[in-house]
Design a protein around this ligand. Structure first.
Ligand code: NAD
Length: 459
């Protein structure tokens, strides 16, 4: 069986110590294994990055950008292969994988502009006979730790820009679907990046802790679940590193009673069930502002009908709308949330537990699930489900809907369905962010806009 190794100093190596099974979630079979890097292997990667740094930082930005141009071309040439690797290990269907890759390539395109982006500034006479200038310098060895749900895109958020700026990178991707990530990093080497500038170590907590504790690592970028984000942020900053840590989400949409429900249903079908709900921007809660319950009833009836046509199945079959979830354990977790909703008194309107997927009986499938009459005290509401499950919460007023969103522990994004955005109301953030002090959670501009909209309405 194939074992996925690490990319260190331009060469693929395996650690030899520990391995973990890699599943094809569509079939439920163990397809490969991944080598889990121990401390010494991660230290080799850090040493390779540090050795490559002096020459790379002195490489003109224009030459660094040329590598990115070639990288972009290789990503496009190998797009289908990358999407197949994503599908085999993540379960994502082809058009979702292609969308993810395209979003990733956009970061490479941005990095191609690095000669312009790295320009500094000069101020004359900031004091008597004193000029001042700033210039942008690379930090040295920087690290990225990434989640399973976007094995191509999230790493591409991180290292193209870091590397184009002159840093050297050690990436620790998710150990649940590492193949596409490793393949993409190899394409960057093929594009002409000198050995050691990008290194990939597969592994788990041991590899992560080594990166967080090693004094040669100057900065850490993390994307994943909130508990791990908090841990990474605390440990990296305690060690004096710069750290950005993005965590989990629970994204809400408000449905106003006079919303265009056909439009809302179409938009929410993709947002809630696409990629099996395994997106940090998945929209998992519809808050129906239900004057006389009319909005909720209209939405639910249309959504129920739309969901009859939703098809869950293997990543490889083009007619499917979404694929399996990542592992058997995650499948059990998602089903556990649906069970808990039922036990706590919510109404399962469309039940995706145990869907029939002929020919793929052992795959990790959950069908699209719609749950009505969810209340904020329920477990399914409080936690991130990360599966194809849409909750409906009924409230009486728009103010209650906004308060609900504001009070939730998780942020990321929100939406509002109205007949049309009112004219004369800017849909940009007029006030400082709504979630001050939540370092690991993305702030929520739309809530601020909604508040502004409501204030204007009341005035
Ligand atoms: P995860 O937190 O389990 O894993 C993320 C990374 O952390 C992996 O590389 C993993 O190996 C490592 N890790 C896991 N446990 C660790 C531990 N105890 N100590 C040190 N390292 C550890 O996340 P996941 O399940 O792979 O990804 C899904 C999560 O990521 C969801 O919560 C999703 O919302 C979030 N996410 C957020 C964004 C965003 O932009 N905010 C984007 C994508 C995904």
């Amino acid at each position: 069986m194939k074992t996925i190794g690490h990319l260190i100093n331009g060469t693929i190596v395996t650690d030899g110590a520990r391995t973990q099974d890699l599943f094809n979630p569509s079939t439920g079979e163990v397809a490969k294994q991944v080598s889990l890097a121990g401390k010494a292997t991660v230290e080799d990667a850090i040493a390779a990055a540090q050795a490559a740094f002096p020459a790379w930082r002195n490489t003109p930005p224009l030459k660094r950008a040329r590598v990115m141009y070639r990288f972009k071309q290789l990503l496009e040439e190998h797009a289908e292969e990358i999407c197949r690797l994503i599908g085999e290990e993540h379960g994502k269907i082809a058009h979702d994988a292609m969308g993810e890759l395209q979003r990733g390539i956009e970061n490479v395109e941005y990095a191609c502009g690095v000669p312009e982006l790295l320009k500094g500034e000069h101020s004359k006479n900031v004091g008597p006979a004193i000029d001042s200038w700033n210039e942008l310098q690379p930090l040295g060895v920087v690290a990225g730790i990434t989640p399973f749900n976007f094995p191509a895109m999230v790493p591409l958020w991180m290292y193209p820009m870091a590397i184009a700026c002159g840093n050297c990178f050690v990436l620790k991707p998710s150990e649940r679907d590492p193949s596409s990530t490793l393949f993409i990093a190899q394409l960057l080497v093929e594009a002409g990046l000198p050995a050691g500038v990008i290194n990939v170590v597969n592994g788990d907590k041991e590899a992560v802790d080594t990166l967080l504790d090693d004094p040669r690592v100057q900065a850490v970028s993390f994307v994943g679940s909130t508990p791990v984000a908090e841990y990474i942020y605390a440990r990296a900053s305690a060690n004096g590193k710069r750290c950005q840590a993005l965590g989990g989400a629970k994204n809400h949409a408000i449905l106003l009673p006079d919303a265009d429900m056909d439009n809302a249903v179409n938009a929410l079908t993709g947002a809630a069930f696409g990629s099996s709900g395994e997106r940090c921007m998945a929209l998992s809660v519809a808050v129906a502002v239900a004057v006389g319950d009319a909005a909720a009833e209209a939405f639910i009836e249309k959504m129920r009908a739309q969901m009859q046509g939703l098809k869950v199945g293997a990543f490889s079959e083009r007619q499917n709308d979404f694929g399996p979830v990542i592992t058997r354990a995650h499948l059990d977790k998602v089903v556990g949330y649906i069970n808990s909703a039922e036990q706590q008194g919510a109404e399962i309107v469309v039940d995706g537990r145990n869907p029939s997927v002929p020919g793929f009986d052992n795959g990790f499938f959950v069908g699209g699930t719609l749950i009505d009459r969810v209340t904020p005290d329920m477990l399914c509401y409080k936690e991130e489900i990360f599966g194809p499950v849409l909750l409906v919460v009924r409230v009486a007023t728009m103010q209650q809907a906004m308060d609900l969103i504001d009070a939730h522990e998780y942020g990321n994004g929100t939406g509002i369905f109205t007949p049309a955005w009112p004219t004369g109301i800017p849909n940009r953030r007029p006030t400082p962010c709504c979630f001050p002090g939540r370092l690991e959670k993305t702030t929520n501009e739309s809530v601020c806009s909604l508040r502004h909209y409501l204030e204007n309405k009341q005035n």
